[in-house]
Structures are given as structure tokens and as C-alpha cells.
Design a protein around this ligand. Structure first.
Ligand SMILES: [Zn+2]
Length: 224
């Protein structure tokens, strides 16, 4: 077994069985760059590939940080959707990029079935788009679109912050996703909101990124 990986024991909140799954040591992760939509690109091992836990007994899948966090209604919805399904595949060993992709698809399917918050669905869709980006597959844009739709709904309906995204970061991200999808007017609208948000005092990095990406949009508009 690679020294980058270790075994972690996990108990499934849906079927109550225990299983062990490979995890990636933080010391094995080396950052190459960060894309403007917050995607971190790694040299070698990518910790995102191991972020979704998948129970090999019942097929329940969710991000590590929301794995145990279900109401009884959500548990019942997940049990119903998984009932009678057979899982012929294990995600518990070292993962290929295809394993990572399918683990996120499974987590997204289950998040929808359990009526998870829009921000959770948006976060999974965004990461799925990043895995397609890593694979150089144009389906990246389908999931950017999906993430944009759900982040907008979350911004309108949920209390901020959305996970680790404060208000200015959400506004910036809505701008950057719109820009990547060539919705240039929307991108300008959201970058404007970010650069005039009072939170910019606390978050100068995001303010700087919003100004830079605003210039990129202007350049894109000129070409159009
Ligand atoms: Zn299970």
C-alpha cells in the first residue's frame, strides 16, 4: 500500500455496518496552483478524490463533513432510494480519477434524494465539474451550470455563510461561474456586488480576485 494512504474505520449511519476506507495523508498533498473558482490543483495525489465516503454495504455516499449529519427524515429517504439496489463496486481502496468521479455522482444522487440543502448540492456539483476539468472533459461546464443554479438558490434562501463561503466569497464565486459559462452581464453584476460588499475589509484577497476577474470579463466582452 502506498505510504500516502492510510485506513480509516467508519460506521455507516444508514445501515449501521462498519467499514474501512483508504484516506489520503495531508503530508502527501502538494499544491500546484489554485484556479479562480477555488479549485485547487495538486501535483500527484488529489485529496478531493477521497472526500466522498461510500458505504460498501448499502451504497450510501456523502462528503466526509456531511456523512453523519442526517435527520431521521433524510435517513428514511436514503434507505428508500437505496433499497433493493446492489453495490458491485468498492470505493474503499486507492481511487482512480474515474472512481472519484463516480463517488461524487453517487453523493450528488443521494444528496438530491435526501433533499439536502442547495448549498450542499451546489458544492458537490462544483467538485464534480473540477474532476471533469482534471479529465479534460467538456462535461465540466454542465456541472458548473448545475453548481451556479444551486449556489444562486442557496444565496437567496439559506443563511450565510454557505459552508466556508462568506457572503463576499459567494458573490465572487457566482461571478466567476457566470464568467466561465460566458454569462458576462451576470458576471459583472456579481463582481460588482463583491467589490462593494463591506466584508471586503476582512477579505482583501477576494476583493482583489473580484477586481482581477472583472478585468478579465471586460477583455472577454471586447472579443465578443
Ligand atoms: Zn451503509
Amino acid at each position: 500500500m502506498s505510504e500516502a494512504l492510510y485506513e480509516k474505520s467508519i460506521k455507516c449511519p444508514i445501515c449501521n455496518n462498519s467499514f474501512s476506507s483508504k484516506r489520503l495523508r495531508a503530508s502527501a498533498c502538494r499544491i500546484e496552483k489554485r484556479d479562480e473558482d477555488f479549485c485547487t490543483v495538486y501535483k500527484g495525489y488529489n485529496p478531493m478524490h477521497y472526500e466522498v465516503l461510500v458505504c460498501p454495504h448499502c451504497g450510501y455516499a456523502a462528503s466526509e463533513n456531511s456523512f453523519d449529519n442526517l435527520s431521521s427524515n433524510e435517513k428514511n429517504a436514503v434507505k428508500e432510494i437505496l433499497s433493493g439496489k446492489v453495490i458491485n463496486r468498492s470505493f474503499c481502496e486507492e481511487r482512480t480519477v474515474n472512481d472519484a468521479l463516480d463517488s461524487f455522482k453517487l453523493a450528488l444522487f443521494i444528496a438530491e434524494a435526501r433533499s439536502a440543502k442547495d448549498s450542499i448540492i451546489a458544492g458537490l456539483a462544483l467538485k464534480l465539474s473540477w474532476i471533469y476539468r482534471e479529465m479534460k472533459d467538456e462535461k465540466e461546464n454542465d456541472f458548473l451550470q448545475y453548481a451556479l443554479k444551486y449556489y444562486k438558490q442557496a444565496y437567496d434562501k439559506e443563511n450565510l455563510p454557505l459552508g466556508n463561503l462568506d457572503e463576499i466569497s459567494v458573490q465572487y464565486l457566482l461571478g466567476e461561474l457566470s464568467r466561465r459559462l460566458s454569462n458576462l452581464n451576470d458576471a459583472v453584476f456579481w463582481f460588482n456586488k463583491a467589490v462593494s460588499n463591506p466584508e471586503r475589509i476582512k477579505n482583501p484577497r477576494i476583493e482583489k480576485m473580484a477586481r482581477e476577474q472583472w478585468m478579465v470579463v471586460k477583455e472577454q466582452s471586447r472579443k465578443v
